[in-house]
Design a protein around this ligand. Structure first.
Ligand SMILES: [Zn+2]
Ligand SMILES: [Zn+2]
Length: 256
């Protein structure tokens, strides 16, 4: 399994993109930077997009990729929980902001949307997919992705403290999670459902106690303006836990 980090940040600029992961060129998780990062031909190779939650930095390119598929006469499969479907249908693809790609063209809509149920395994394009709820300010699921050859990665999506239950359901060889801000933003992070380096350390300590191991960790969703501070604090956590914890970046390639 090859995972490419297309967007690793929570703010966009010329040098930072919103969250998107690309797995083996066919499966995407979150759509913060799918059209801004991928050529038209690379977009057409996508077979499915999994969305963790409805926040704009994670769904931003759903309308633009739908338009590209619509104009090409093709369709795209999108998977997520019911609240994400509702948010897209009500606020974005509602015929006012943009076309109703969830319903049109009638009988063969551009977006084939499938509701995923938490804790139920789904076969999606040959991958075994498990959606696992995490704590965030709106309903959010992380996705465990198992490739046809048995490689396992888990991406939490945006997540705050309280991941113990989630850890009980996953056994990844690679963990991709979030650290939005440095330690001095602890109260903000707890209130909004995000992690700081020290909050991540606590969650990883629980992971190790529960599972008896700790996989390599890649963190994404950093605020670019605070990234230097986050990087230094993550290095301290990695040393304390004696584990590989790296900051993701646009173009990063992860091989399993
Ligand atoms: Zn969010
Ligand atoms: Zn976010």
């Amino acid at each position: 399994m090859n995972i490419q980090v297309l967007g690793a940040h929570n703010c966009e600029s010329q040098n930072s993109r919103l969250i998107s992961l690309l797995i083996d060129d066919t499966l995407a998780i979150d759509a913060g930077s799918l059209t801004s990062s991928l050529s038209f031909s690379a977009q057409q190779r996508l077979k499915a997009i999994l969305l963790t939650h409805q926040h704009y930095d994670h769904i931003r390119d759903v309308p633009t990729i739908a338009m590209n598929f619509a104009l090409n006469g093709s369709t795209i499969n999108i998977y997520s929980i019911q609240p994400v479907y509702d948010a897209l249908a009500t606020h974005l693809l509602n015929g006012k902001l943009y076309p109703k790609f969830l319903e049109q063209p009638q009988g063969n809509p551009t977006i084939k949307f499938t509701i995923v149920e938490p804790y139920q395994t789904e076969q999606i394009e040959g991958y075994n997919i498990l959606a696992v709820p995490v704590n965030h300010s709106d309903p959010t699921v992380g996705y465990q992705v198992t490739s046809p050859d048995g490689k396992i990665a888990f991406y939490t999506g945006d997540a705050g403290p309280g991941l113990a239950k989630c850890w009980g359901h996953v056994s990844p060889q690679l963990l991709i999670t979030e650290v939005t801000a440095p330690n001095r933003y602890k109260e903000f992070a707890k209130e909004k459902g995000h992690l700081t380096p020290s909050l991540l350390k606590a969650e990883l300590t629980i992971f190790r106690e529960l599972k008896g191991y700790l996989p390599p960790v890649v963190v994404v969703h950093m605020n670019p303006r605070l990234e230097k501070e986050i990087e230094a604090e993550i290095a301290t956590v990695a040393k304390a836990l004696n584990n590989s914890i790296n900051l993701g970046y646009e173009g990063m390639q992860l091989h399993l």
